[in-house]
Design a protein around this ligand. Structure first.
Ligand SMILES: Nc1ncnc2c1ncn2[C@@H]1O[C@H](COP(=O)(O)OP(=O)(O)OP(=O)(O)O)[C@@H](O)[C@H]1O
Ligand SMILES: [Mg+2]
Length: 247
């Protein structure tokens, strides 16, 4: 369980050359297999940018990222992406498709185009139904996701990420807007995945949930990691951060 699966070395990222300075600046972090890490920070700090960099969606201009020992570059990116499931901020589901169709979309990166020409193979369909059942959503499998509650939609998004059998799950604000019970269900699902050996890195704004569920907290401020350690110290870290911003 001590193997490093995510390794960022002195990483700098930028969205466009016109920007005067990088969004992430000298990020160093090593995350091990099966760890449950929460990423916190104020709006605009760079949390989503860090997750997006880990799947190659933001150019890294300095330093490097290794996933499972492999340095990310244009050649290795397709293989690396197959190891990572991503839950985007806001869900990213296709509202007019059913839950099962959304989950099957997670297979698109794995299947060759001709394999899905006449629909997904039966094996994929069984797997999608099985995952929806695990998420407690079997009754909603054929419902359009726009008609599901926020918590149900998040669990469809988790099933969609899991259908590619990822080693790493990156979740950007998976519990924002959910009530406490729905949020706890999602957090427990994520915790369960770490028990299966999947590494989970999730952005949260809720210190209480971070302290209750995570093993490790990373706080980002203005593109830099300012804290990496036990979630128990988060209230102190945030008190200092708020003091610095709102003084
Ligand atoms: N596509 C983009 N092009 C240019 N700049 C961007 C882009 N996306 C984000 N940024 C900038 O990068 C910085 C970090 O944004 P990011 O979305 O990573 O913040 P965040 O920590 O996830 O914030 P939030 O809590 O609001 O989601 C912000 O200053 C933002 O304006
Ligand atoms: Mg964000």
């Amino acid at each position: 369980m001590n193997e490093t699966v995510i390794d960022c070395q002195n990483m700098e990222t930028i969205y466009s050359k016109s920007l005067k300075r990088p969004i992430l600046n000298g990020v160093n972090c090593q995350i091990r297999r099966g760890e449950f890490v929460v990423l916190l920070g104020l709006n605009g700090a760079g949390k989503s940018t860090l997750l997006r960099s880990l799947v190659g969606l933001v150019p890294v201009i300095k330093g490097n990222i290794r996933i499972d020992g492999v340095v990310m570059n244009s050649q290795t990116l397709p293989k690396i992406r197959r190891k990572i499931g991503m839950l985007f901020q806001g869900g990213g589901l296709i509202p007019q498709l059913s839950a099962v169709e959304n989950v099957l979309c997670g297979r698109l990166g794995i299947r060759k185009p001709w394999e899905t020409l006449f629909g997904f193979p039966q094996k994929d369909q069984y797997l999608a139904m099985e995952l929806l059942q695990e998420m407690g959503l079997q009754e909603h499998s054929y419902q359009k996701t726009s008609l599901l509650s926020g918590g149900q939609q998040q669990r469809v998004a988790i099933a969609r990420a899991l259908i590619q059998s990822p080693q790493i799950l990156l979740a950007d604000e998976p519990i924002t807007g959910l009530d406490v019970m729905a949020a706890k269900q999602v957090m427990e699902t994520l915790l369960h995945l770490t028990e299966l050996g999947i590494t989970v890195v999730t952005v949260l704004h809720d210190l209480g949930m971070a302290m209750e569920y995570a093993q490790r907290a990373i706080v980002i401020d203005d593109g830099c990691i300012i804290y990496d350690g036990s979630p128990d110290n988060l209230p102190v870290q945030f008190a200092q951060l708020n003091q610095a911003v709102y003084k």
